[in-house]
Design a protein around this ligand. Structure first.
Ligand code: ATP
Ligand code: MG
Length: 421
């Protein structure tokens, strides 16, 4: 049970609470690392798993050359994953080259190499070690919203990163969301290897010895079940230990550093070479992407505004669902119009999928009666904002949520907005 050693539970990808499962650990898939495993000829030593995604597992590792902790992203080995990692390396190299002082609030690539394992050759990326994501921060605060002064501070950090990516490098992130912005420090100091005085593991011990492909699938399943059982038991212990009362208590965000950086360039692209038609995670997806009208840097700005709203309220701005007789896309467009007003006809008709959703008057075909609930009213009535607070936030967000992508302010323009300063 090496993953649970050191008192650190493997966190899993933050969108879900499950771990990555065992099915991904096969030829072409994840590399099964264990604490103490050596990488790049012994320079990097795996410590504990930090997270995972569909493409990779990410480990805290110790850099024995420079005596520091780093994050080691070990990509799945199949060709498509390897190619995606090489693309990410290309973008992250440009990002690092243009920011030698590491002051642009984007994660820094430190090294990359290939690692041969039982499941194939894995491209590995070494980046600076960062803390919890903004999603964790929102959840830590029990989805109550983190307060406007904190929202402003985080917005400024993210905008510095976006301005750098957009204006100086010509990169569109395409998947901006709270999971993909990491605080520089961990929320809980005991999870920070430096602040907690964690002694790096330099060698594998017998108990965490990885026996690779000789472990049968059923053995792996047994181990996984045992691990889940332990997790469940400790959860139950927590709830029996009077944590229910604790849950009601307000958690303080005081003392948590809000410096943060943009991560996950697995889907990012050069502004001049947009590949995928459909980008972004559902809730943060811009209207032009939904209707198939192409996209540019301003699509990141849309996601940014959705994220700022979520930080302020603790809830996602748009949570579309498939409903009777309508698709998730249509519900999404309806939700946008209920909050932001009707989409201009010219925009509504500008995409390759416009005819699927809109009639010739620019009205949604299948969702006829919209309940108009503008941003400001939403903030006051649903989230109990004071009138001036609601107005300040709504005035900041509304231009960024313009249906016409060209009308949205750039990151540089947003940074000049007095509301932020
Ligand atoms: P996705 O499926 O989201 O594309 P991915 O396989 O490309 O995922 P990432 O999103 O880059 O992987 O990383 C997975 C998780 O690992 C993150 O959500 C985060 O929890 C953790 N992580 C990534 N980079 C770092 C870092 N530099 N420091 C600390 N944790 C990190
Ligand atoms: Mg990710």
């Amino acid at each position: 049970m090496a993953f649970l050693g050191n008192g650190y539970c493997s966190s899993g990808s933050e969108g879900e609470d499950e771990d990555e499962g065992m099915e991904g650990y096969r030829k072409g898939g994840y590399h099964a690392a264990r604490p103490g495993d050596h990488f790049a000829g012994g320079r990097f030593v795996a410590q504990r798993k930090l997270g995972w995604g569909n493409f990779s597992t990410v480990w805290l590792a110790y850099d024995t050359l420079l005596n520091r902790f780093v994050a080691l992203k070990i990509q799945k080995s199949a060709r498509d994953y390897a190619q995606a990692a090489l693309h990410e390396i290309e973008l992250l190299s440009a990002i690092a080259k243009g920011d030698p002082t590491n002051s642009k609030n984007v994660v820094q690539l430190l090294d990359h190499f290939k690692h041969a394992g039982p499941n194939g050759h894995h491209v590995c990326l070494v980046t600076e070690f960062l803390g919890d994501s903004l999603l964790r921060l929102i959840r830590y605060n029990r989805n109550k919203g983190i307060g406007l002064s904190r929202v402003k501070e985080i917005c400024r950090s993210v905008l510095v990163g976006l301005d750098y990516l957009h204006r100086e490098l010509g990169i569109i992130h395409t998947d901006l969301k709270p999971e993909n912005v990491l605080l520089v420090s961990t929320i809980n100091p005991s999870k920070d290897p430096v602040r907690s005085g964690f002694t790096p593991i330099l060698e594998r011990t017998v108990s965490n010895q990885y026996s690779g492909s000789v472990i049968s699938f059923s053995e792996k399943m047994l181990k996984m079940r045992a691990r889940r059982a332990v997790a469940k038991i400790s959860l139950r212990r927590e709830s029996l230990g009077g944590v229910a009362a604790e849950m009601e208590k307000e958690r303080s965000l005081d003392g948590i550093s809000l410096k943060c950086k943009i991560v996950d360039f697995g889907n990012a692209c050069w502004g001049s070479q947009q590949l995928a038609g459909e980008i972004q995670t559902r809730q943060y997806r811009a209207p032009e992407v939904i209707i198939g009208a192409g996209y540019s840097y301003s699509a990141d700005m849309w996601s940014f505004a959705c994220m700022a709203f979520e930080l302020a309220t603790g809830e996602v701005l748009f949570a579309p669902k498939t409903c009777q007789g309508c698709s998730e896309d249509e519900d999404h467009l309806a939700l946008m119009m209920e909050t932001l007003g009707k989409m201009p006809k010219k925009i509504a008709s500008s995409g390759t999928r416009s005819k699927d959703y809109f009639d010739r008057h620019g009205d949604l075909k299948r969702i006829r009666r919209l309940k108009f609930w503008p941003l400001e009213r939403l903030l006051v009535q649903r989230y109990n904002f004071t009138e001036p607070d609601a107005q300040g936030l709504a005035d900041f967000l509304r231009p960024i949520l313009d249906f016409t992508p060209e009308n949205r302010p750039t990151a540089a323009a947003c940074l000049k907005n007095p509301w932020l300063n």
